[in-house]
Design a protein around this ligand. Structure first.
Ligand code: FCB
Length: 477
């Protein structure tokens, strides 16, 4: 619920910004291929794990699939025009691996690559900086059939694919993200099974996490060699993890979940090692025999930036006999070796995903990465919220989403004030789309999509964001 005592942010903006972001701050919005493109069989595209998963009964709400999604594949020029109208400085999109390299190996598919060439040209033509994510979860199905991310060879396949995309687009794309949220690919895909490919094996999830990072490191090396001027990074989804009470047992629960959610990725990529406590916690799950000599050097190949996706905070407590948490990322199977840790809700306002709204958590997260890990430029590559939207007289007044963006941008600004080199912010998402296992039942867009007619309606939050971008800042509260 929005706070009724809070002044209307749009109106207050008219008085001029009181909070200004650094010059050149990169204001953007993000999407992902499978969530918006549709055209699942067009131009030689073959199935990814998400096609298979969403077409399997009982995997997604309502049996929804990305077959059509926002039909962005066919409506791309109009969608880019909309981005230009909003004044976006940058657009973060992902390339569909099975569109540009059907089956996940062998030659490039010219028709698939051509779509991204046209997209990038369209963006550049409108003065919008393209930001390309190589992997936003759509592994070609044959690679899953050959073992998926728990299999080491998938990392090599990913580096080949990265090279192929760099060859085609490297001359016009400056910003590259290798992986989006490897935690989700590994622990939701192979641990809880809530995401494609829907497997449920803790050891496989840990192996998948390692091979995803190995693929990231190999891809960075390939991209660096062929495009020395590119800005290369990875995007991780991070959560502050807070103990429910100050008891030592709850503190230990928080330490464990922090290791699995955050340090599992931050330490190898930015320090070249796995945390010792993580390895000890996972002793009953895996002996880390899948980690070979030299892997961590590859995984920690230097980057130019770090992308952070921020949505919420985890509040956790020590196990209580007989009590188990339930669904989604709170599912015990997401957390190998720490299955019995409880995820606690605090009764604070939540979004339509039931995720607690916690803007200070963004400051904490950014400060932590900067303080504990790196001086590299940081970018919020995703941040946003789902709320139920209603169209009234052709308009969508999404006050709650607007307030969410507003509070998190204030948090981003506070982090900059505290010395964090935050260089940009990408709203999730440009438009409503296929929200994975939730299908089309959760709306994250700043632009409303009517899935029957494919009409797009910029919501109040989109108009507000356009104004924020135009002024490079926010009004005083
Ligand atoms: C992130 C994903 C993105 C979207 C948002 C809500 O975990 O990267 O695709 O689903 O959550």
């Amino acid at each position: 619920m929005s706070d009724p005592t809070r002044p209307p942010a749009v109106g207050v903006l008219d008085q001029g910004p009181a909070i200004t972001f650094p010059p050149g701050f990169l204001w953007g919005a993000a999407t992902a291929a499978y969530q918006i493109e549709g055209a699942a069989t067009a131009g030689g595209r073959t199935p990814s794990i998400w096609d298979t998963f969403s077409h399997t009964e009982g995997r997604t709400v309502g049996g929804h699939t990305g077959d059509v999604a926002c039909d962005h594949f066919h409506r791309m020029p109009d969608d880019v025009r909309l981005m230009a109208e909003l004044g976006l400085k940058s657009y973060r999109f992902s390339v569909s691996w099975p569109r540009v390299q059907p089956g996940g190996s062998g030659a490039a598919n010219a028709e698939g690559l051509d779509f991204y060439r046209r997209l990038v040209d369209e963006l550049l033509g409108h003065g919008i900086e393209p930001w390309l994510t190589l992997y936003h979860w759509d592994l070609p199905q044959p690679l899953e059939d050959a073992g998926g991310w728990p299999a080491r060879d998938t990392a090599a396949r990913f580096a080949d694919y990265a090279q192929l995309v760099a060859d085609a687009l490297g001359d016009r794309v400056r910003y590259w993200t290798t992986l989006n949220e490897p935690w989700c690919s590994a622990f939701l895909g192979y641990g809880s099974g809530a995401h494609a490919p829907g497997r449920t094996d803790g050891a496989d999830a840990v192996r998948a996490g390692h091979h995803l990072m190995l693929g990231h490191g190999l891809a960075v090396q390939a991209l660096r060699a062929s495009r020395p001027d590119a800005q290369l990074g990875i995007t991780v989804n991070l959560y502050p993890v807070t103990p429910a009470t100050d008891s030592p047992a709850d503190a230990d629960a928080a330490r464990r979940i922090d290791a699995l959610a955050n340090r599992f990725f931050l330490d190898p990529v930015l320090r070249g090692s796995y945390p010792a406590d993580l390895q000890a916690d996972l002793a009953s799950v895996t002996d880390f025999g899948h980690v070979r000599d030299g892997d961590l050097e590859i995984i920690s190949t230097p980057l130019d930036l770090v992308g952070i996706n921020y949505y919420s905070r985890h509040v956790v407590a020590a196990p209580v006999e007989g009590e188990q948490p339930e669904a989604y990322w709170r599912a015990p199977t997401c957390w190998p070796g720490s299955e019995d840790v409880r995820f606690v809700t605090r009764g604070v306002p939540v979004t339509d995903m039931d995720w607690e709204i916690d803007a200070p958590g963004l400051v904490e997260t950014l400060e932590r990465v900067h303080r504990d890990y790196t001086d590299l430029p940081l970018y919020v590559t995703e941040n946003g919220s789902a709320f139920v939207d209603t169209v009234v007289d052709g308009q969508v007044d999404d006050t709650d989403r607007l307030a969410y963006f507003d509070s998190h941008l204030r948090a981003a600004h506070a982090a900059i004030g505290a010395g964090v080199p935050l260089r940009g912010y990408f709203a999730w998402s440009l438009m409503d789309n296929f929200e994975w296992a939730w299908g089309y039942t959760k709306r994250f867009g700043m632009v409303y999509v009517d899935y029957d007619s494919q009409v797009r309606i910029p919501k109040s939050s989109a108009r507000w964001y356009a104004e924020v971008i135009r002024r490079n800042g926010l009004a005083a509260q």
